[in-house]
Design a protein around this ligand. Structure first.
Ligand code: HEM
Ligand SMILES: [Cu+2]
Length: 545
C-alpha cells in the first residue's frame, strides 16, 4: 500500500461568525449534530408529556385535545424530519463521508452551507409553532380533510417540509457529485466504506421522492388557503390522493433513515471486530441497492384499510414481504462481520450490538403488517406504533448514538466512553423495551394510537391487566429513557470538555478518517499532501490469519 499522509491538524479561527458563515463540511456536520440533538430533546419532551397523559384515563396534564394533537404532531414531525434524517444524512455524512473518500471537502461547499441554513430556518419555524396561537395539530402525516378544515396553522407544516426538503435535495446533489468526482486517486467503487454507499443510496432516494412530498403538501396549502379542491371529493378532488403521495415519499423515507444507520453500524462492527465486511459486494449491490429498488413500490401497506382493488393490496403485500430479502442480506452481513471477530466492547459496540436485537424485533413484528388481512385488525393501533419505533426510530437513533461514541475521539480528541456512558446505554436499552413492549400487547387487542383518552377501552384486559396498567408501565419506561438520555447528553458535553485524551486512531481502524487525519481534522483534512490509495487498499483490510 502506498499512501502519502500528513496528519498535521491546526485549529481554525473559531469565533461565532466562523461557525455561522462556515463552508467547512466538518463544521457543517457539527451544526447538523447540534440541531438534530436539539430536535430530539424537544420531541422527546413531547413524547414524555404524551406518555404521561396516556398513563391515566381522561385528561390530566395537557390543556386540550388540540394541544395533545399539536404535541404529537411536533414529536412525529421533528423526530423524523429534524432529528434522524439531519442526524444521519446531515451530521454523519457531512463530517465523515469526505474524510472516508480522501476528499478535502464536498463538491459545493457554499451550497452545503446554504443547506444547513435552510435546515436551521426550518428548526426555527418548527419551534415557532409552540408560540403561535394556532399551532399545527395535524400529525406528521398532515392528512386532509382535517388538515384543511382545522383552525390549526397547516402552513407552518407545509413550509417546514419545503425548507427541509430543499435542504436535503441540495445535500443530495452535493454528496452524489462529491463521491463520483472527488474520491482519492486510486479509490475504486468496491473500496468504498459501506457508510459511503448507504449515504449515496439515501440521497438517491431523497432526490427521487422528496419532490412528490413537496407536491402533496403544496396542493394542501392551495386547498386550505386558496380555495382549490385537489383533496375535496365533493368538488371532484380525492382525499386519498394526498395519502398516496404522502406515503409514496414517506415509506422510502424510512430507508433514507435506515440505510445510513446500517452504514454506521457496519463500519463500527468491522473496526471493533478487526474483520472485513462479510459479503461486501452482496451487501452493497443486493442489500443496499435492492432496498432502493423495491423501497419505492411498497407504500400501499400504509393504506390497506382505505378503499382500493384487492390486486393492488396483494401486489404491495408481495413487494413488502420481498423487501425483507435485501434487509436480510444486510443483517447477514452484520452477523458475518461479527463472526470470529476480535471484538472490542465499548459503548459504540454495545449500541451496535443492541441494534441487532432492535432490527430483529422490528422486522418480525413488521411481517403481520405486510399482510392485508392482519393489518385490517392491527392498523391504527399501538401495535403499529411499537413496531415502527423499534424498526425505524430506535434502530436508527441507537445507530446514530453508536456513531457519535465511535467518532467522538476523532471529533474531539477525547473519549466519551466510561461508566456514565455504560449506565446511560443500559437505561436507554431497558427503557425502550419497557416503553414499547406493552404497546405490542395491548395494540394487538385493539388499543388505538393517537387517542388522548381511551376510557371506552377501560374494561379491556390482557393477561388480567387493563390497558391502563400496560400504559402505565409504558410511561415508566419513557421515564427510564429520559434519565438515560439526560445522562448521555451530560456525558457528551463533559467528555468534549474534559474527557480522557484519545490517540489519533484509538480503535485501530483502517478507514481513512482514522488513518490520515488529526483529531479533530484540520482545515483541508489531510495536511499538505493529498491522499492516494492503490488497488490493495481497503477500509476493512484487517489481515487476520
Ligand atoms: C425515545 C423515545 C420515544 C418515545 C418514548 C416515543 C413515544 C411516542 C409516543 C407516546 C407516540 C404517540 C403514540 C400515539 O398515541 O399515537 C409516538 C409517536 C410517534 N413517534 Fe415516538 N417516541 C420516541 C422516539 C421516537 C423516535 C426516535 C422517532 C423517530 C422517528 C419517533 C417517531 C414517532 C412518530 C413518527 C410517531 C407518530 C406520530 C403520529 O401518530 O403522527 N419517536 N412516539
Ligand atoms: Cu411503510
Amino acid at each position: 500500500m502506498s499512501t502519502h499522509t500528513t496528519a498535521a491538524g491546526h485549529a481554525p479561527a473559531s469565533g461565532w461568525k466562523e461557525w455561522v458563515l462556515t463552508t467547512d463540511h466538518k463544521r457543517i456536520g457539527v451544526l447538523y449534530l447540534i440541531g438534530s440533538m436539539a430536535a430530539f430533546g424537544v420531541a422527546g419532551l413531547m413524547a414524555l408529556i404524551i406518555r404521561l397523559e396516556q398513563m391515566e384515563l381522561g385528561m390530566q396534564y395537557v390543556a386540550s385535545a388540540t394541544q395533545y394533537n399539536s404535541f404529537l404532531y411536533f414529536h412525529g414531525a421533528a423526530m423524523v424530519l429534524a432529528f434522524l434524517i439531519p442526524g444521519l444524512t446531515g451530521f454523519a455524512a457531512n463530517y465523515f463521508l469526505p474524510l472516508m473518500i480522501g476528499a478535502r471537502d464536498v463538491a459545493f461547499p457554499r451550497i452545503n452551507a446554504f443547506s444547513i441554513w435552510l435546515f436551521y430556518f426550518a428548526i426555527v419555524l418548527a419551534l415557532l409553532s409552540f408560540v403561535i396561537p394556532d399551532a399545527p395539530d395535524i400529525m406528521w402525516t398532515g392528512y386532509p380533510p382535517y388538515s384543511v378544515t382545522t383552525t390549526g396553522n397547516t402552513a407552518f407544516y407545509v413550509f417546514t417540509v419545503h425548507l427541509l426538503g430543499f435542504s436535503s435535495i441540495l445535500g443530495a446533489v452535493n454528496f452524489l457529485v462529491t463521491v463520483i468526482y472527488m474520491r482519492a486517486p486510486g479509490m475504486g467503487w468496491n473500496q468504498l466504506n459501506i457508510f459511503v454507499w448507504t449515504t449515496i443510496a439515501a440521497f438517491v432516494l431523497q432526490l427521487i421522492f422528496i419532490p412528490v412530498l413537496a407536491a402533496a403538501v403544496t396542493l394542501l396549502l392551495f386547498d386550505k388557503y386558496m380555495g382549490t379542491h385537489f383533496y375535496d371529493p365533493s368538488a371532484g378532488g380525492d382525499v386519498l390522493l394526498y395519502q398516496n403521495l404522502f406515503w409514496f415519499y414517506s415509506h422510502p423515507a424510512v430507508y433514507v433513515i435506515f440505510l445510513p444507520a446500517v452504514g454506521i453500524l457496519m463500519d463500527i462492527m468491522a473496526t471493533m471486530c478487526k474483520n472485513r465486511i462479510f459479503n461486501y459486494k452482496a451487501a452493497v449491490y443486493a442489500g443496499i441497492w435492492g432496498i432502493v429498488a423495491i423501497g419505492g413500490i411498497v407504500w400501499i401497506h400504509h393504506l390497506y384499510i382505505t378503499g382500493m382493488p384487492d390486486w393492488i393490496r396483494l401486489g404491495h403485500m408481495v413487494t413488502t414481504l420481498l423487501i425483507s430479502v435485501p434487509v436480510g442480506i444486510l443483517v447477514l452481513s452484520f452477523w458475518g462481520t461479527l463472526y470470529k471477530g476480535a471484538i472490542t466492547y465499548n459503548t459504540a459496540m454495545m449500541y451496535a450490538v443492541s441494534c441487532l436485537y432492535l432490527i430483529l424485533l422490528g422486522g418480525l413484528t413488521g411481517i403481520p403488517l405486510a399482510i392485508p388481512s392482519m393489518t385490517v385488525h392491527l392498523s391504527e393501533t399501538s401495535y403499529v406504533h411499537a413496531h415502527f419505533h423499534f424498526i425505524m426510530a430506535l434502530f436508527s437513533a441507537f445507530a446514530l448514538f453508536a456513531g457519535i461514541y465511535y467518532w467522538f475521539p476523532k471529533m474531539t480528541g477525547r473519549y466519551a466512553d466510561g461508566p456514565i456512558a455504560t449506565l446511560s446505554f443500559w437505561l436507554n436499552f431497558i427503557g425502550v423495551n419497557v416503553t414499547f413492549w406493552p404497546l405490542f400487547i395491548i395494540g394487538k387487542e385493539g388499543m388505538p394510537r393517537r387517542y388522548w383518552n381511551y376510557e371506552m377501552f377501560s374494561d379491556m384486559t390482557v393477561f388480567g391487566y387493563t390497558f391502563q396498567q400496560f400504559n402505565t408501565i409504558a410511561t415508566y419506561g419513557s421515564w427510564i429513557i429520559a434519565v438515560g438520555m439526560l445522562l448521555q447528553f451530560m456525558n457528551f458535553i463533559k467528555a468534549a470538555i474534559s474527557g480522557p485524551v484519545a490517540p489519533l486512531n484509538p480503535w485501530g481502524s483502517k478507514s481513512l478518517e482514522w488513518t490520515h487525519t488529526a483529531s479533530p481534522p484540520g482545515p483541508g483534512n489531510f495536511g499538505d499532501t493529498d491522499v492516494v490509495v492503490d488497488e490493495n487498499w481497503s477500509p476493512y483490510e484487517y489481515n487476520r490469519g
